[in-house]
Design a protein around this ligand. Structure first.
Ligand code: NAD
Ligand code: LMR
Length: 329
């Protein structure tokens, strides 16, 4: 029997968590033989609802679920955490951009970053899902003194999955045929889903999909605007697909990436591709044999891609500049 891994999920009574917790407990995220301790953080008004979720988790009788700790105390929630999935924060409503949430959500990540630094395990890794996730991750990272910056991630895997699904549909192939899709930049309407380096059935996308106008136009805007389209249709933001993307992200970070492929997640830039050091920016990422991660180097960036990357990186700088008072140095 393996030693349990402790996973902390914030916003545990919310929509995303209602799907995510059951996927984690079933073994989808960390493997079918990996026991899990779940530590669940909520704000006091949501503790009753959280009790209901805990009852359902128990009622599911998951063989891998070792322990469940529901709490509204961040230090108790992050105690010994190996993985922290920071979902808890307010979602946007129709007509808003994700960055409009910075005023409401940004400050949450100060206290959570500090509590992670005090209480989590030495090997802690933190995935921020709550929006605007890149800049919230930046705030958490700056406030988690002593935790290395390479442990902080923000989720752009949902965007990658959306892009793959759009490309597969257009090419008339199964989504598993689509590989090497990188999302660059911010999880926002400026993100750049890079089709120029993507492949379908091992061939460049541009050899399989000849409709360049669609690739440069509708494909990009559909992916950029997919979150808003779901809010319009559902009256609430994406939840099950977001939970699934969080599971995919952790699984990709925890397992060696297949040869030649990559996945998307926002990490602290080291200056690769000329992107300012210290921004939490989405890149093509590979998980290495030793369990670390690296930014895929040397991808060709044409003029069209560079312009798109510049726009989204500039937005990240603007968001960073808007929260300087929340960043501790
Ligand atoms: P939700 O409103 O259903 O749930 C959020 C939960 O967080 C609520 O239960 C709330 O009580 C809790 N919460 C608020 N502040 C908290 C705090 N300080 N500590 C702990 N819990 C707290 O929202 P949701 O649909 O689950 O979405 C959560 C967030 O995820 C939103 O910001 C949403 O925009 C974002 N999101 C991101 C992506 C992505 O791809 N990165 C995808 C979908 C949604
Ligand atoms: C998404 O991409 O679905 C989420 O970030 C929710 C949103 O506000 O769009």
């Amino acid at each position: 029997m393996k030693t349990p891994i402790t996973v902390t999920v914030t916003g545990a009574a919310g929509q995303i968590a209602y799907s995510l917790l059951f996927r984690i407990a079933s073994g989808s995220m960390l493997g079918p033989d990996q026991p899990i301790n779940l530590r669940l953080l909520e704000i006091p008004p949501a503790m009753n609802a959280l009790e209901g979720v805990v009852m359902e988790l128990r009622d599911a009788a998951f063989p891998l679920l070792n322990e469940i700790v529901p709490t509204s105390d961040p230090d108790e929630a992050f105690a010994g955490a190996n993985w922290c999935l920071l979902v808890g924060s307010v979602p946007r409503k129709a007509g808003m951009e994700r960055k409009d949430l910075l005023d409401i959500n940004g400050k949450v990540f100060i206290g959570q970053g500090q509590a992670i630094a005090r209480s989590a395990a030495k090997d802690v890794r933190v995935l921020v899902v709550g929006n605007p996730c890149n800049t919230n991750a930046l705030i958490a990272m700056h406030n988690a003194s002593g935790v290395p910056s390479d442990r902080f991630f923000a989720m752009t895997r949902l965007d990658e999955n959306r892009a793959k699904s759009q490309l597969a549909e257009k090419a008339g192939v199964h989504v598993t045929e689509v590989t090497n899709v990188a999302i660059w930049g911010n999880h926002s309407s400026t993100q750049y889903p890079d089709f120029t380096n993507a492949k379908i059935g091992g061939k460049p996308v541009t050899e399989v999909i000849k409709d360049t106008e669609w690739l440069k136009g509708d494909f990009i805007t559909t992916v950029q605007q997919r979150g808003a389209a779901i809010i319009k249709a559902r009256g609430a933001s994406s939840a099950a697909s977001a939970a699934s993307a969080a599971v995919d992200t952790v699984r990709s970070l925890a397992t060696q990436t297949p040869e030649g492929d990559w996945y998307s997640v926002a990490v602290c830039s080291d200056g690769s591709y000329g992107i300012e050091k210290g921004l939490i920016c989405s890149f093509p990422i590979r998980t290495t044999k030793d369990g670390g991660w690296e930014i895929v180097q040397g991808l060709p960036i044409d003029v069209f891609s560079q312009e798109k990357i510049d726009v989204t990186v500039n937005e990240l700088k603007e968001e960073r500049d808007a929260v300087t008072s929340l960043l501790q140095h």
